[in-house]
Write a protein that binds this ligand. Sequence first.
Ligand code: NAD
Length: 338
Amino acid sequence: MRRVIITGGAGFIGSHLCDRLLQRGLHVICLDNLLTGSADNIAHLLSNPRFSFRHYDVSEYLYVEGGVDGILHFASPASPVDYAQMPIHTLKVGTLGTHKALGLAKAKGARFLLASTSEVYGDPDVHPQPEDYWGHVNPVGPRGVYDEAKRAAETFVMAYHNAHGLDTRIARIFNTFGPRMRRNDGRAVPAFITQALTGEPIAVFGDGSQTRSLCYIDDLIDGLERLLFSDHHLPVNLGNPGELTVMELAELIRRLAGSSSPIELRPLPVDDPRRRCPDISTARRVLGWEPRISLEDGLARTISWWTEGGPHARIPGVQSSARPGVGTAAGAPGSQEE
Ligand code: NAD
């Protein structure tokens, strides 16, 4: 593999993937409309002759000249706050955007990797969730635009695999955290860190007994890289099976940040999953992968990045983000899911 496209490459996960594949010697083309991502995340890559950035809405049109060996489709709003604000966009990029990316992969004879999600399991009746669990999703609830778009995206991928023999991979990513998360994207880790560091109350939804399983970004990138270079075309869960309650997470972040913020309870958002934990037996067996970085270590690294201010560089001529507030330090309470 020599030249790859990463859609959503200026986002949290996509930018770390750009870093990794450049480190491996590949040429990386990042296509992103900077809707929820930020130019700050890739500014450090612009001087690399093997990296290029193109401002692109992949739901509308997708073409890149020359040979392409891999397409990694990561473009999509990913936090409940984002997809509540952009429901149609989310549905389009998960369905139409995936279709366009698959069309390009077919035209180029490229391998295709989809960033799918644990949200395909919805509010699960099976725990932990193995890949052969079909899920419990509300198609007409507020999360339906994201969950059902990703389910359709997986179906598109399998259809291209079966009908056209496309070489495909499906990563079902569970909650991931680390540097370059937006401080105000509403996910639990950035919200709690921001609140802990500013001394504001830490806002926990419900009674805080709902569980989450959180994977540090470096571990996820290792898993994605192994999946990309494997020959496994069926979905693979990538996440950290260490499960804790949202209340335990709030207390841990408060302690690691050396904060005395009080913890306050807020009403639980509609369709908030009660439990979330990956069964990673497939990833262990097929990829020889499992997370290595402890939650405490990952959170400490993330808090350090936060306090150091994160990256602030800008791409000349390109607005850092297409949306006001993206990439700023403002904290915003929101749903405490992926
Ligand atoms: P993110 O919002 O940081 O990144 C998404 C990127 O896609 C952004 O840079 C955004 O500008 C871009 N984008 C959105 N719509 C686009 C469009 N139409 N055309 C081009 N670019 C577009 O989110 P993330 O957390 O990095 O998530 C990346 C991918 O991983 C998403 O597909 C998400 O569904 C998936 N995922 C993430 C998690 C997680 O815990 N972060 C968990 C499961 C799945």
